[in-house]
Ligand binder design. Structure first.
Ligand code: FMN
Length: 307
């Protein structure tokens, strides 16, 4: 194995391309592609889909709507719950040849505490991503839209684990940099952004929302300029690393996010069209760095060349 190309909150990564949570099912991909997936794993770390304390069936269908330059999803975080994840998914994800980041979401600090205690004690887990795009049932506020909620949550969770905590920021707030700063002050090791933008579609020819849940989240190329803007603002406001994502389809798109301050990037929606998109983005990014024609910071050029 080649020497790690960069370090992200103490985790060595062979290159800067991760996956966005919920957009690449590594267990299904292993079933489809066999061990070839392990030999050519497209990402330098694997981020699990978000898990919750209890199993969830997800939202009623339809759950997807294609837009001219992206898609709206209202999947609704279907998952096996903490116990099911630990018993069934974790052993399989631990076989992946890259570090494992587990994404968790709770609707109260108690639920988050349960998740951190369950996941944080497992050696197979290298870091935990906190999905804060959900309401706190007590305050009714979306945690990631409010700096004070984010700071308060980190205050409770930080003492519970020594594993790196990554806060996945929502773009649905006027000042994501204020939430990012609150996460940093609360003890987060990194932030990742952007999650999906709130969006609605009307059923063709009708007046009712198309999605079973009424609304969902927009992702894909349509959100790329928003991601670029928010990553730039957030990276300028904090000293911890930011993992940038939103509409990446090519190495040049990834290079743009690195140029505005992201320490690493993640490929999301593009993996649905092409499960090897992450690998292609990494190759293209490496090509840009070697040709030195992009605005990738020099450190990245050197890191990539050393591999
Ligand atoms: C179908 C789908 C499911 C997703 N599931 C999750 C999830 O479980 N947890 C999470 O934090 N983000 C989830 N996301 C958001 C992505 O990780 C990513 O932040 C967002 O889609 C922007 O990147 P992209 O435009 O490259 O897809 C999901 C996105 C999609 C399209």
């Amino acid at each position: 194995m080649s020497a790690p190309g960069l370090e992200l909150c103490g985790i060595g990564l062979a290159h800067p391309v991760l996956n966005g949570s919920g957009t690449f099912d590594a267990i299904a991909a292993r079933r489809a592609f066999g061990d070839e997936l392990l030999e050519r794993f497209p990402f330098s770390a694997f981020v699990s889909k978000t898990i919750t304390p209890q199993p969830r069936a997800g939202n009623p269908p339809p759950r997807l709507y294609e837009t001219p330059s992206g898609m709206i999803n209202s999947i609704g975080l279907p998952n096996k719950g903490l116990e099911g994840f630990l018993a069934s998914d974790l052993p399989q994800l631990a076989e992946l040849p890259v570090p494992l980041i587990v994404s968790v979401m709770g609707t109260s600090r108690e639920e988050f505490t349960e998740l951190i205690s369950g996941v944080g004690s497992r050696d197979e887990v290298d870091a935990i991503e906190l999905n804060v795009s959900c309401p706190n049932v007590k305050s009714g506020l979306i945690v990631g839209e409010e700096p004070a909620e984010t700071f308060g949550l980190l205050g409770e969770l930080r003492p519970l684990t020594e594993k790196p905590l990554i806060v996945k920021l929502t773009p649905n707030t006027a000042a994501p940099e204020a939430v990012a700063k609150a996460a940093e002050e609360g003890g987060a090791d990194a932030v990742s952004l952007i999650n999906t933008l709130k969006a609605t579609a009307i059923a063709p020819g009708g007046s009712e929302p198309w999605l079973g849940a009424g609304s969902g989240g927009l992702s894909g190329p349509a959100v790329r300029p928003v991601a670029l803007d928010q990553v730039r603002r957030v990276a300028a406001a904090i000293r911890i690393p930011a993992i940038g994502m939103g509409g990446i389809e090519t190495g040049a798109h990834a290079a743009d996010l690195l140029a505005v301050g992201a320490a690493a990037v993640a490929v999301g929606t593009a993996s649905f069209r092409d499960p090897a998109a992450g690998e292609r983005v990494r190759r293209e990014l490496e090509g840009l760095a070697q040709a030195n024609t992009s605005s990738i910071p020099v450190a990245f050029n050197l890191d990539l060349r050393s591999n």
